[in-house]
Design a protein around this ligand. Structure first.
Ligand SMILES: [Zn+2]
Ligand SMILES: [Zn+2]
Length: 255
């Protein structure tokens, strides 16, 4: 009943006056979600042409079946990666609200963006694998944002890898430091090898999985996880993130 919903929206608006979790403007229809329609509309989406492998944007005149310069020179271990949008503006603010302000209901609309951007990656995958947090960080935040996203993608969610290094938050590090920080931060080896772990390990062999995370910055975290999954016997690894920081043009890349 649209009338009742409109009335309920006005009631919540009058009594609680909640703000948009991203732009802080008062919400006209607070029951429809924590982020206003204008913020969702202004999310800057990544559209074709994209690098076939890593999913970074390419110049508009790029030929079909194209790779970016980085992938041509040093192809990644994963089969393909895609992101819904660039990590800037409204999308950045929405992800911050989701991750740092604990607006966990945003996992649903963010996962919808993931399903759209990653339709081909998810189509014939056996499961999704959330990028794990170190247990200490998971305890401090109270949840793993990647887990929340993975649960809304319509596939089994597997947790075959764990994070063994608890470094400084990635956001505070430079590009090069991130890469060394996370290259060996993940393992598929369980703390104790129980029967259940043997069953889980057998299940991974030659399967296709999609790694899921909120943001891809340098690709170092995704690469570290891919390495651990391939070590565990997974056949094909793909990666899907809500947002990404596209690689800088080659001339400005640090050497
Ligand atoms: Zn807004
Ligand atoms: Zn590429």
């Amino acid at each position: 009943m649209p009338f009742l919903r409109t009335a309920a929206n006005s009631l919540v608006r009058t009594l609680l006056a909640p703000d948009c979790a991203a732009c802080r403007a008062p919400l006209v229809r607070p029951l429809d979600g924590a982020v206003c329609p204008l913020c969702w509309q202004s999310v800057s989406r990544l559209t074709d042409p994209l690098c076939d492998l890593c999913g970074d944007p390419l110049p508009p005149d790029a030929a079909p079946f194209r790779l970016c310069r980085a992938c041509l020179g040093d192809p990644p271990r994963f089969e393909a990666a895609r992101s819904a949008g660039a990590y800037t503006g409204a999308l950045k603010a929405i992800i911050h609200a989701f991750k740092y302000d604990g607006r966990r209901t945003l996992a649903v609309p963010l996962a919808a963006l993931l399903r759209e951007a990653g339709a081909t990656l998810l189509a014939d995958a056996d499961a999704v694998v959330p990028v794990p947090l170190h247990p200490w960080r998971a305890m401090a935040r109270g949840f793993n944002q990647a887990d929340d996203l993975a649960r809304h993608l319509g596939l089994d969610v597997w947790h075959p890898i764990r994070r063994i290094r608890h470094g400084p938050p990635q956001a505070r590090l430079g590009r090069r430091e991130r890469q060394t920080n996370v290259a060996h931060a993940f393992t598929h080896r369980p703390l104790f090898m129980l029967d259940w772990d043997r069953v889980r390990a057998a299940r991974l062999q030659n399967r296709a999985v999609v790694l899921v995370d909120d943001v891809m910055t340098t690709g170092a975290t995704i690469d570290g996880c891919t390495r651990a999954l391939l070590d565990a016997g997974v056949g094909r690894v793909r990666a899907l993130t809500v947002a990404r920081v596209p690689a800088p043009p080659p001339a400005s890349r640090p050497r």
